[in-house]
Design a protein around this ligand. Structure first.
Ligand code: SAH
Ligand code: SF4
Length: 354
């Protein structure tokens, strides 16, 4: 099989791999990872900045209409404290994630936080943002303020499925999502996207198309993980799940391995949601081709309110617990942590050199 010209049938076969073929798939992806990326895993200390959100994605626990969620926004001082923590613990980068807001106050707040983070770390900390769909001007403003990577998942590349998991209105438009991805790149960011795996109605064919979408978009980084029900969401009422939780886990591993074979030099995140199904989920993802970990450094008292899905791990811990736990976990699987390194996507760097 020519590795550079996988077609949809090849990918479907990889995603349907049985026990024996699965071993071959994982071995191949490990080989490519070792060769192209190396044995290193890079850290992005994750700050779950706020669960205030203007959107109503049907799968998400912090959607606007969920009245059972207590809303919070981390104070400036606490955000800066998290950044200092990341710096002192040699994380190299942080990631700021939140529900979506597009008002001026929010936009300026993020800009000023970015400037302060750059200042306090002397430009040492890399910053990834995951703050949803914004205008090109906002993306540019945040890029100029010092962030340099942006994660916005397409969630599913299938337009029809996208409309089944989002409300039917302009705020949740598939076309706008695509446009936002293009604007992120235009603003100068390393572009990250990804999908949820095992959504209601989602077929293996859809997932193969997702992989081809990621390749066609020529993204620099990918974060994808299993869909996990949240009891207080409309999607939980939909009973068209084609895959059990265990199958979603297995499919996520196969998606990661297949993506690594398809896009050899990109950054791939070992998603936290994996850990909600399997305690060793993230470690296995790294063995099968992922190279980025996003340890949670959100102040402990807020974590319980950033419940995107049920059984979210580590909501009762604090950053220091996470830190010692990562070291042990990475040692266990023989991976090294790229302390004090930004660990940018090699894919992005290569393109820049052309
Ligand atoms: N508001 C921003 C960032 C926060 S949500 C955004 O939407 O981009 C971050 C990610 O959490 C989403 O992209 C989605 O893929 C994931 N997510 C939300 N609900 C989930 C669920 N029930 N199961 C698994 N992942 C979920
Ligand atoms: Fe808001 Fe993101 Fe959740 Fe959608 S997925 S409701 S945009 S936090």
């Amino acid at each position: 099989m020519n590795q550079d010209s996988f077609n949809k049938e090849d990918l479907i076969r990889m995603l349907n791999a049985d026990e024996d073929d699965r071993i071959v798939l994982f071995k191949k992806s490990r080989e490519i990872t070792d060769l192209q990326i190396g044995n290193k895993v890079y850290l992005r200390g994750l700050i779950e900045y706020s669960n205030v959100c203007i959107k109503d994605c049907l799968y998400c626990g912090i959607r606007k209409s969920n009245k059972n969620t207590q809303r919070y926004t981390v104070s400036d001082e606490d955000v800066l404290q998290c950044a200092r923590y990341a710096l002192e613990n040699n994380y190299g980068s942080i990631a700021i994630q939140a529900g979506e807001r597009t008002d001026k106050i929010f936009i300026s707040k993020i800009t000023s936080l970015l400037q302060k983070i750059k200042e306090l770390s002397n430009g040492k900390l890399g910053v990834t943002l995951s703050l949803g769909e914004q205008t090109l001007d906002t993306y540019k403003e945040w890029f100029d303020a010092g962030a340099h990577r942006y994660l916005l998942r397409i969630e599913t590349s299938n337009r029809e499925l996208y409309s089944k998991i989002h409300p039917d209105n302009a705020l949740h438009s598939f076309d706008k999502r695509i446009e936002a991805l293009q604007n992120i790149r235009k603003a100068g960011f390393q572009l990250g996207t990804g999908v949820m795996i095992g959504l209601p109605y989602q077929t293996i064919e859809n997932l193969a198309d997702d992989l081809l979408f990621l390749k066609a978009m020529d993204v620099d980084m990918v974060g994808m993980g299993p869909y996990i029900e949240h009891l207080e969401t409309p999607l939980n009422e939909v009973h068209h799940l084609l895959h059990s939780r265990q199958e979603r886990l297995d499919l996520t591993f196969k998606m990661i391995a297949s993506l690594r074979i398809l896009m050899k030099d990109i950054n791939i995140v070992a998603a936290t949601a994996l850990q909600a199904i399997d305690k060793m989920g993230r470690e296995k993802a790294i063995r099968y081709g992922a190279n980025i970990l996003m340890p949670n450094i959100t102040p402990g008292n807020f974590r319980n309110n950033y419940k995107l899905y049920q059984d979210k791990p580590c909501t009762d811990e604090n950053a220091a617990d996470c830190s010692s736990c990562i070291d042990v976990r990475m040692n266990m699987i023989g991976s090294q942590i790229g302390y004090n390194e930004w660990g940018d996507s090699k894919h992005f760097k290569k393109q820049k050199q052309v």
